[in-house]
Design a protein around this ligand. Sequence first.
Ligand code: FAD
Ligand code: DHB
Length: 391
Amino acid sequence: TRTRVGIIGAGPAGLILAHLLARARIDSVVLERQSRHHVEHRIRAGILEHDVAELLRATGLGARMDTIGFRHDGTNLLFDGALHRIDFARLTGRHVMLYSQHEVVRDLIGARVAAGLPIVFEAECAAIEGIGTARPAIVYRHDGAEHRLDCDIVAACDGFHGAGRAALPAAAAREYDRVYPFGWLGILAEAPPSKDELIYANHPNGFALLSMRSATVSRLYIQCGMEERLEDWPDQRIWDELARRLDHPGFSLNTGPVIQKGITAMRSYVVEPMQAGRLFLAGDAAHIVPPTGAKGLNAAIADAALLAGAIVRWARGEAGALAGYGAAALDRVWKVERFSWWMTSMMHRFDTHTGFDRRMQHAELEYYTQSEAGQTALAENYVGLPFAAPE
Ligand code: FAD
Ligand code: DHB
């Protein structure tokens, strides 16, 4: 078979790219290794930047988000037992939406299937060929057989463990990497959220985050050791530690049955360049951020919007439009990397910290919660830096 744009991966990046291309009447085929059920139930991120939510609304995908999602006009930092609110609306005139990544994925897949556009599940990309030519191809396995998708452009939106990044010519690629010496243990619990907005807590025992998914489901995270396993954390230990780290005047933690539990590693990673010949990377395929600040999903969507814009201009005859994608994407990616690294550095317990390092961290927390300029810098990044989307 043949199409104009072969898209590997039905995560947020691949699906929004396919959606934006379809609106510009550019054919694409989405290939996804997992089943539809798997990707529609995979629990991941929960915060959408202002412009990401606007992009979904502007392209016909805002209805469920505006019904079952929640608008958050601010967030909270907790340290020394005192809560500090960052008022996004007042500081920036913008906000974020609390809406699960798997719901975004469900909306995008639903729209694509309803429009009768091609998306193949349980189709695993095995090789990408001919990226140095004008007719690259994706070789994939589906239903026990090998298939070939000929295209003009290959968009690798296949996440951190996908095949796309490996297809960059090794001589041209450079990786930048930082691994943090801790992880996040996350739970989903049948408990009403203990607060109407998120709380990011820096506690002597380590970081904690209070988030939510609905009026009846809480999403909570605690910093844990890299070597720790789920067996080390029975539910009661998690609740006790959350209550300790989130404690402040007037607060009480709602608890309930834990319905999901997992440990996430913390890493910053970027590969440059994000393109080679007719191969283009978007989202986690090219970069990873630690989750503090909720940027992973948003960065993936910003990349895909930029790539869609470049492809649309190229398809309309602007021959040089594709060449600028990677540099434009990386310009924003590095700023998002900086914010995620900085939030992670400010909010966690580092066992290697000296007394001086701890004082520096404390001064940062005070500065960014007390100064109007500091609060604005945090808010501006949290609600999301601007990105270009096709009109
Ligand atoms: P993905 O969502 O990873 O999508 C890539 C898709 O490609 C997948 O569906 C995969 O199955 C498919 N694929 C891979 N290889 C192939 C192949 N060879 N052939 C075909 N298909 C393939 N971010 C936050 O901001 N907050 C969070 O709380 C948060 N929690 C996370 C928890 C976990 C466990 C993980 C893994 C990530 C989390 N993230 C979080 C990050 C965020 O979810 C990602 O940044 C986001 O999913 C990136 O979207 P993407 O489309 O680039 O990649
Ligand atoms: C969530 C995850 C994050 O990493 C974050 O910074 C905020 C919220 C969440 O899963 O709700």
